[in-house]
Design a binder for this molecule. Sequence first.
Ligand code: MLT
Length: 401
Amino acid sequence: MTQIPAADVELTVYPDDCDAAGTVSHGAFLKLFERARWEQLGRGPGVDVFTREALWPAVRRSVLDFHAPVRVGETLRFQQALTHLGRTSFTLRQTARRMTDDTALATAEFLFVCIDHHGQPQQVPEAVGRFYSARPSSEPIDRITVNGVSLAIETRGSGLPIVFLHGFPLDRTIWRHQLDTLSGYRRIGYDFRGMGQSDAPDLGYSMAMYADDLAALLDALGEDRVVLCGLSMGGYVAFEFLRRHRSRVRGLILMGTRAEADSAEGRKARDGLVAKVRDSGAIAAAEAMLPRFFTSTVPGDIIEAVRAMILRAPVPGIIGALTAMRDRADSSQMLATLVGVPTLVVVGQEDIVTPPGISELMAAAIPEARLVEIPGSGHLPCIEQPVPTTRAILKFLQSLR
Ligand code: MLT
């Protein structure tokens, strides 16, 4: 049976982890991250999983972002996620959180190369790849390599296929309710390159690339024509897909998105956020986006889940997405041409990122498009008001039969 990574590892901070100021020092944090990795491997394939094959995982690159001080006596929870698995190398992202309030204290990314006694790169032991790639059965993910990048994907059910395209800087799990409940349809959710659990190359991000990844993914899944459901940045990807592969679109759902390109001011803001993310990591994206995502009545656990999702996003992927959005083409002229592409426009009534007025104009410009406004929702109706959102999607899908 495949072993599931024992999700999290808890470690307590002792005085010898701290500097004279009583906080965990940089070196000690590296050590704690390392201890958490071995601890987790020990609960799975064993701490000798490399030496059994006369190999060693050498760290080739490490990136460590500190978010808050950590003091003696605190217990930390370490989460590990595999973000890339190559032939001889793999990347682990780790997050350390304070047990008492779940605050993210530090995130780190380690690129390992497996080497033998001569320092020569060798294949990553199969047991390691299997261990880190395994997920609990409630999260049935798969991986498909397209255009040289391995994407995390989950598919459910059968029937008319609908592909869910997530927003920035999120991942496919924002569609959990829709993926779980839209039975009678083949639901396909995946993480864009650079997001979630997909590989995050340093370069190669553009709307064209995201759209071509999607086309290649559909080829791999054997799907010719699909319904696209894109939230915000996912909508930008849908527009680019229409530009490049229109005949493959059976229907279109545009959620909390816009057809216009970025204004000069918007492009400047993207560059500003790129600089901040380069400096401080994913937390800068969380700080920029989270306060604008939800209504004031959203439950705290939803905010925390989305915060954790953003903190898990790889820095190269966040920067890549920001530059791709900054440089995207204007799609407003396309709206009137969408004759024969059944379209539903959905927006949260309290969305301040893409206010309802934008969706109203967009729906009016698309021939025969329908508009649904979701009460009590901000920018992410699929998470904040999942039931009415899924219902609106279902009604639209039923109208396509
Ligand atoms: C998103 O939710 O995907 C972003 O808000 C899109 C954007 O920044 O334009």
